[in-house]
Design a protein around this ligand. Structure first.
Ligand SMILES: C[S@@+](CC[C@H](N)C(=O)[O-])C[C@H]1O[C@@H](n2cnc3c(N)ncnc32)[C@H](O)[C@@H]1O
Length: 248
């Protein structure tokens, strides 16, 4: 079932507005080196050896895309929120000017990425599935974009196992929590099947149903330990994150 364009427009507006603060949080200096080491290890363990052709969908400001490019992969990264894309593009241009490896950043809808069949060795997504409309159609499309034996790596958590608080959606308050609640109002939540999932199995089951084989779910213990030590973004709670991996 396809969703209305208003749902994606609401999400784009929210993530574009959030982009500078979101990006700053991803780069926080007190744990940047530790993050880089642990995320690098988690993705490298699940990816084919570099250089592989990787598509990072819902890349945001590109944390995973830049990390994987720095590890020697040929990375294309897409998002639908212009605010996020513009930060990622600027960073990619700066790196290229300095002669460093950078991902190619393009605008695109993760539900139907516009690439030829069998173009990639791996598709990555971090923190996308929970906020993705039509995840089943997206997963089937991602499988078609992978070469035989290619891998899907989706990192996510159960961010809102008790539901996104509907009471908070009424206010016209300008703080971040208010902006989040207004963006993720009941009509939007209804279009996001994984937003309020109570178990990571909900995502893994959809990955299997889309035809991926050898689907595994790995808790990211080292990231959890970092979150416990350094804390997470204001208004968030430390949650175990999982890496869901499947083969095309
Ligand atoms: C929580 S952020 C995660 C960003 C990044 N992957 C990371 O790990 O930091 C979710 C991102 O998904 C993007 N997004 C949501 N729906 C999308 C869609 N249909 N197509 C492309 N991007 C989408 C948002 O714009 C936002 O940048």
């Amino acid at each position: 079932m396809s969703t209305s364009p208003e749902v994606q427009a609401r999400l784009d507006e929210y993530w574009s507005g959030r982009a500078p603060e979101y990006d700053a949080y991803q780069q926080r200096p007190e744990r940047a080196a530790l993050d880089r080491a642990e995320w690098g290890a988690a993705f490298s363990a699940a990816l084919p050896p570099a250089p592989a052709d990787v598509l990072d969908v819902g890349t945001g400001s590109g944390y995973v895309a830049f990390l994987l490019a720095s590890l020697g992969h040929r990375v294309t990264a897409t998002d639908h929120a212009e605010g996020m894309l513009s930060i990622a593009r600027t960073r990619a241009e700066d790196l290229r000017r300095r002669g460093e490896l950078a991902p190619t950043i393009v605008a695109g809808d993760a539900v139907a990425p516009d690439f030829p069949e069998a173009s990639f060795d791996a598709i990555t997504s971090r923190y996308l599935l929970w906020t993705l409309r039509e995840p089943d159609a997206a997963l089937q499309d991602w499988r078609r974009l992978l070469r035989p034996g290619g891998v899907l790596i989706a990192v996510d958590s159960t961010w809102f196992p008790d539901g996104i608080d509907p009471a908070a959606t009424d206010g016209a308050h300008g703080d971040d929590e208010g902006a989040f609640a207004r963006a993720y109002h009941s009509g939007v939540r209804a279009a996001l099947p994984l937003a309020e999932a109570r178990s990571i199995d909900a995502a893994a089951d959809r990955v299997r149903a889309a035809g991926f084989r050898d689907v595994t779910v790995t808790p990211l213990e080292a990231i959890h330990a970092l979150d416990l030590e350094h804390g997470v973004a204001p208004g968030h709670e430390v949650q175990m994150q999982y890496l869901v991996r499947g083969r095309a």
